[in-house]
Design a protein around this ligand. Structure first.
Ligand SMILES: NC(=O)C1=CN([C@@H]2O[C@H](COP(=O)(O)OP(=O)(O)OC[C@H]3O[C@@H](n4cnc5c(N)ncnc54)[C@H](OP(=O)(O)O)[C@@H]3O)[C@@H](O)[C@H]2O)C=CC1
Ligand SMILES: Cc1cn([C@H]2C[C@H](O)[C@@H](COP(=O)(O)OP(=O)(O)O[C@H]3O[C@@H](C)C(=O)[C@@H](O)[C@H]3O)O2)c(=O)[nH]c1=O
Ligand SMILES: [Mg+2]
Length: 293
């Protein structure tokens, strides 16, 4: 049988970078801005022409506060763009893996969300991703929606890098302590996708690192791991001035992933590995006057 061709959208993003490090390069077709634009008329045709067996659709509008300011753009990318990707996957008889988010939930629960729980997003980003899930499943028969959360990795902006940078600049950081979720290392999610791609699983599957944390506890752990003297102070969400409302609780249950593989490592273990990687790559780059992390 010929080798499986896997097309990755958002190939330069956090998850895209992680997937490129775990999948054989000769199997990959990489798509991202500016040549590949989910809002361009050519998007569907570009995928069809590549004739992939599997599409991992990781590209998205991921600026949560930005989506409140430009909801039309967020929907064009996350909903209409996803519909185009799904139509293309269907046309070539391919499998679609759509990456979605814990922000589809409202946080009214206080026990982990299962794949069967109803969605009720609180912000524009979450609504666009929820509608993206529906578009993916509507247009492609062999579709798996993989919901993950609080993602960090190489090749993109994330909370860990923000806190590492702020810890080098400020003596005190204030971080919300009443929002709980599952920090997830993109490398670990990519390894789970290696198992999910050839599986027959369709529908929805939750994939995060194990355990849960508040943003405060996450930030405090980052600061300790990098040996910074910065003090992290817990604050309530009412003191955080952000345009987008975040769910107070969005822990995703280890559910259907159990049909395919063991749970991912604990989030503290994953964070330890990521911060070590960042620090060792920083120490091998010749100094340019940047603050060491
Ligand atoms: N980050 C997180 O915390 C979480 C992310 N997710 C989901 O996981 C997936 C991967 O996330 P992550 O890797 O962090 O995302 P990133 O933002 O790191 O990467 C997304 C990629 O998509 C590209 N992109 C943006 N707009 C378009 C467009 N119009 N056409 C083509 N490409 C575009 C971005 O390009 P550019 O950088 O130039 O804009 C970027 O390279 C996304 O679907 C996201 O919704 C789910 C849960 C948590
Ligand atoms: C940096 C920082 C954030 N915060 C708060 C703001 C917010 O409530 C929370 C997280 O902030 P961020 O803006 O970094 O993260 P946010 O954009 O909310 O992250 C989300 O991104 C999208 C793409 C997802 O899909 C989600 O799973 C989730 O990872 O932490 C502080 O209280 N203090 C701080 O210094
Ligand atoms: Mg980019």
């Amino acid at each position: 049988m010929p080798e499986t061709r896997i097309l990755i959208t958002g190939a330069q993003g956090q998850l895209g970078c992680a997937l490129r490090s775990v999948l054989p390069p000769e199997t990959l077709i990489l798509k991202d801005l500016p040549e590949f634009d989910l809002t361009a008329a050519s998007c569907e045709e570009q995928i069809v022409q590549a004739r992939p067996h599997v599409v991992v659709h990781a590209a998205a509008y991921t600026n949560v506060d930005g989506a409140e300011r430009e909801p039309d753009r967020a929907r064009a990318v996350n909903v209409e763009g996803t519909a185009a990707v799904a139509r293309a996957a269907q046309r070539v008889g391919g499998r679609l893996i759509y990456i979605s988010t814990d922000y589809v939930f409202d946080g009214a629960k206080d026990t982990p969300y299962t794949e069967e729980d109803p969605t009720n997003p609180l912000n524009m980003y979450g609504r666009s991703k929820r509608d993206g899930e529906a578009a993916a499943a509507e247009h492609c028969e062999d579709c798996l929606v993989v919901r993950t959360a609080w993602l960090y990795g190489h090749g993109g902006k994330n909370f860990v890098k923000t806190i590492m940078q702020l810890a080098g600049e400020r003596p005190v950081l204030e971080v919300v302590a009443d929002q709980r979720g599952c920090p997830t290392f993109a490398d670990d999610l990519a390894r789970a996708l290696v198992d999910l791609i050839p599986s027959r699983l369709t529908g929805i599957c939750h994939v995060t690192n194990s355990g849960s944390s508040t943003w405060y506890e996450f930030a405090d752990t980052i600061v300790r791991l990098i040996g910074s003297a910065t003090v992290v102070r817990p604050i309530p969400t009412t003191q955080s001035q952000r345009p987008a409302t975040r769910p107070p609780y969005s822990v995703l249950a280890y559910g259907r992933l159990g049909l395919v593989r063991a749970p991912l490592p604990d989030w503290r273990d994953a964070l330890d590995r990521f911060t070590r990687q960042i620090r060792s790559s920083a120490s091998t780059i010749p100094s340019s006057g940047a603050a060491p992390v």
